[in-house]
Design a protein around this ligand. Structure first.
Ligand SMILES: C[S@@+](CC[C@H](N)C(=O)[O-])C[C@H]1O[C@@H](n2cnc3c(N)ncnc32)[C@H](O)[C@@H]1O
Length: 203
């Protein structure tokens, strides 16, 4: 998987230009709307920090921690944060299956477009760690792909289905609410966005 991100880091952000071009209907906007001013936010598996940057730019008083395993993705993120002149994002290279934070550290944890790329045992571990570091009344805001029923959008989504790593094929067939509940996470709401859905989960 690390090779996958090393290869794709440079043009990962074309995803936003293609699928999330309509910002109002994008999961990026749904996440921004779900964050309150005083929330301590963790962007788990932040990648190129697409979500962290949107939030940090819109809410300058907000402190956001972004973690990722891939040095290449973090390098792209660092460049973008520097160019945007943002001082309120801290990036850390860290494995999401072994987070170096105390329990109950964050109000909101973002986990965006990650679980479909990893084996189920890794996904379970990432969610267990997210649950551990989430405050008792905190929320996990989890974005995942949701193939559209519109013909044209299904056609445009083909490259995603073909290029995604192997776990995608079984993940996309999962009953996600039942899966989350089996891990002790209650689904509070689901927002349907372009090509994707955003779950709000509580423990
Ligand atoms: C498809 S990208 C999503 C990036 C970002 N969250 C977004 O919404 O654009 C998936 C990211 O998960 C990271 N990742 C995968 N497994 C990880 C792990 N065990 N610990 C930390 N990061 C991980 C990858 O390095 C990659 O940057």
């Amino acid at each position: 998987m690390e090779l996958f991100y090393r290869l794709f880091a440079g043009f990962y952000d074309s995803l936003d230009i293609t699928y999330f071009r309509n910002y109002e209907k994008s999961p990026r906007k749904a996440l921004l709307d779900a964050i309150s001013e005083n929330d301590r936010v963790l962007d788990l598996c932040t990648g190129t920090a697409a979500n962290a940057i949107r939030i940090a730019s819109a809410k300058q008083g907000q402190q956001i921690v972004g973690v990722d395993l891939s040095a290449e993705m973090l390098n792209v993120a660092k460049g973008k944060i520097k160019r945007a002149g943002l001082k309120n994002i801290e990036l850390l290279q860290m494995d999401a299956t072994h987070l170096e934070f105390r329990e109950h550290s964050f109000d909101k944890i973002l986990l965006s477009l990650v679980l479909h790329e990893v084996d189920e045992s890794v996904a379970n571990q990432i969610l267990a760690e997210a649950k551990r570091v989430l405050k008792p009344d905190g929320e996990i805001l989890l974005t995942e792909w949701e193939p559209s029923s519109h013909f044209l959008q299904r056609l445009l989504f083909l490259p995603i289905s073909l290029l995604e790593p192997k776990p995608y094929r079984s993940f996309i067939k999962k009953d996600l609410p039942s899966y989350f509940e089996s891990l002790g996470l209650r689904v509070q709401s689901v927002k349907h966005c372009n090509y994707s859905q955003v779950f709000c989960l509580k423990k």
